[in-house]
Design a protein around this ligand. Structure first.
Ligand code: FES
Length: 100
C-alpha cells in the first residue's frame, strides 16, 4: 500500500520537532498542527466549555472552529489552518483557552 506522500509524489524537507503538552511530536515542513497531531495518533485536543466534550478536526477547512488549540501561547488557533514551525509549543485547550 502506498503512503499519502507517495501518492502525492511529495518530497518534503527533513522532519522537525514540536511539542504537544510537553510531549515531543515529529512534523514535516508544510504540515498543519492538525496534520501533525493526526500523524502522531492524536485525534482530540480541545474540550468544550460547557460539557467538556472532546473536539478535534471536523470540517478541516477553517470553517467550524472545532479544532481550536493553543500555539506558542496564542489560544484559539485553528489547528487545521496553522502551519507548524520547528520548536512550536502546542497545548490542548479547554473552553476559550484563556483560563490559564
Ligand atoms: S476543523 Fe473546522 S475549523 Fe478546523
Amino acid at each position: 500500500m502506498r503512503t499519502p506522500l507517495e501518492l502525492a509524489d511529495a518530497h518534503p524537507g527533513p522532519a522537525f520537532t514540536v511539542t504537544l503538552d510537553g510531549r515531543e511530536i515529529e512534523a514535516l515542513p508544510g504540515r498543519t498542527v492538525a496534520a501533525a497531531l493526526w500523524a502522531a495518533g492524536v485525534t482530540s485536543w480541545r474540550s468544550t466549555r460547557g460539557e467538556r466534550r472532546p473536539r478535534g478536526v471536523f470540517c478541516g477547512i477553517g470553517v467550524c472552529f472545532d479544532c481550536l488549540v493553543t500555539v506558542n501561547d496564542r489560544p484559539n488557533q485553528r489547528a487545521c489552518l496553522v502551519p507548524l514551525h520547528p520548536g512550536d509549543v502546542i497545548r490542548t485547550q479547554e473552553g476559550t483557552g484563556h483560563d490559564g
